[in-house]
Design a binder for this molecule. Structure first.
Ligand code: SF4
Length: 383
């Protein structure tokens, strides 16, 4: 059993039509409920709901405070390598782009960790391109012991792996893995993923199943907004989350909503999402799912981030550099995508505090990893 089965039963055109034909009554009914289903979510992301943004924002902010209080988690991406064997139309690291490729060795990783640690972070997201041999499991198993010396919470955004490999990463202290489907519309997925392992739509689609089966504590999902109709892709993302929460309740989940940004070989979004529509989506996710973590990256502008963060967001990246080695030795190079919020971590933290929030640099300790590993070992032994 995997999400592929549920995905196969979902008709893209039917759901698209259903979302676009929602009425004001559907939206009002969804807003009046205290607990909402996927049909309500469809109403809340529909064009009809755009007129209810203020009411959505108020409810979303209240629900977020109830569940998460006045806290905002901070994390930073650490790019370990820009090597990639895939061709993706929207990414600066795409194999066809003639850029300087670099993979950090253990000493360089330690230097990056030192630089990041000085900024105050304790939560790091390790990012690589997708290169099976050069930045595969073996490389991760060398990099993780270095990174774990510096940070308690370690997340990864790397090529999809098999279940055994994920178990090995959990044993090395990986707490979270992000794997974005980019788009749930298979033909469009095919248009944008032209070469390499990432062309396998279903292997990627089934990755969160493998992550949960391997005991990964937190799994991140999302679509790259702009490749396809954002409302329908977001509905499919919600379907995916709904399936995972029911099937693998032991894991926690987070959602991201990156909008296409300019990069080398820039691609124009097929579906443009306005700022207001991104606010609508964030609020709709929160109204449908009060417990899911919502993450906003530095792809968005400082002004937008400051305005939207009280409405539903629970974690922010800050001071991001998307070139490997960029924290210890900042030098302008071709990046994976353009950063929009270029403020320092201290500046972002000051803005967040000015809005009345507490910045959470650390919300995990390695002691929890030990407890989790012991629990997994006893489960495996039992059965
Ligand atoms: S999106 Fe990922 S897989 Fe595709 S080119 Fe960029 S780094 Fe490689």
């Amino acid at each position: 059993m995997s999400f592929s089965k549920r995905w196969a039963a979902l008709d893209w055109d039917h759901h698209r039509l259903s979302i676009y034909s929602k009425t004001r009554q559907d939206v009002e009914r969804a807003l009046a409920k205290s607990s909402r289903n996927l049909d309500d979510f469809a109403a809340l992301i529909s064009p009809a709901a755009e007129a209810y943004l203020e009411a959505m924002a108020q409810q979303s902010a209240a629900l977020t405070r109830q569940r998460f209080g006045y806290t905002m988690g901070f994390y930073i991406p650490l790019y370990l390598s820009n090597l990639c064997a895939n061709v993706c139309t929207y990414c600066g690291f795409s194999m066809e782009n003639r850029i300087k490729r670099r993979t950090l060795d253990e000493a360089e990783i330690a230097a990056e960790c030192e630089a990041i640690k000085k900024m105050g972070f304790d939560s790091v997201l390790l990012v690589t391109g997708e290169h099976e041999t050069k930045v595969g499991l073996e490389y991760f198993l060398r990099a993780l012991p270095v990174v774990k010396q510096y940070f308690h919470h370690v997340a990864m955004e790397v090529q999809p792996l098999d279940t055994e490999a994920y178990r090995a990463l959990v044993a090395q202290g990986v707490d979270a893995v992000m794997v974005y489907q980019e788009t749930y519309h298979a033909p469009t997925y095919g248009e944008h993923h032209k070469r390499g392992n990432k062309t396998d739509f279903h292997y990627r689609l089934q990755t969160p199943d493998r992550l949960a089966q391997a005991g990964v504590d937190k799994i991140g999902l999302g679509a790259l907004i702009g490749l396809e109709d954002w409302r329908t892709d977001s509905f499919f993302t919600a379907q995916h989350l709904d399936y995972l929460e029911k099937q693998y309740w032991q894991s926690r989940y987070s959602l991201s909503f990156p909008r296409l940004r300019p990069c080398a070989g820039a691609l124009q979004p097929k579906s443009v999402m306005t700022d207001k529509q991104l606010v609508q989506l964030i609020c709709a996710y929160r109204l449908w799912n009060p417990q899911v973590e919502l993450s906003l990256s530095t792809r968005e502008s400082p002004h937008f981030r400051d305005n939207v963060l009280p409405l539903g967001v629970t974690s922010l990246s800050a001071a991001s550099k998307t070139q490997p080695g960029g924290y210890a030795n900042p030098e302008p190079q071709l990046e994976q995508f353009a950063i929009s919020d270029e403020r320092s971590a201290a500046e972002v933290a000051a803005s967040v505090r000015a809005l009345g929030f507490e910045v959470v640099w650390k919300d995990w300790d390695n002691i929890y990893d030990i407890a989790r590993q012991a629990q997994m070992a006893s489960q495996t032994a039992a059965g």
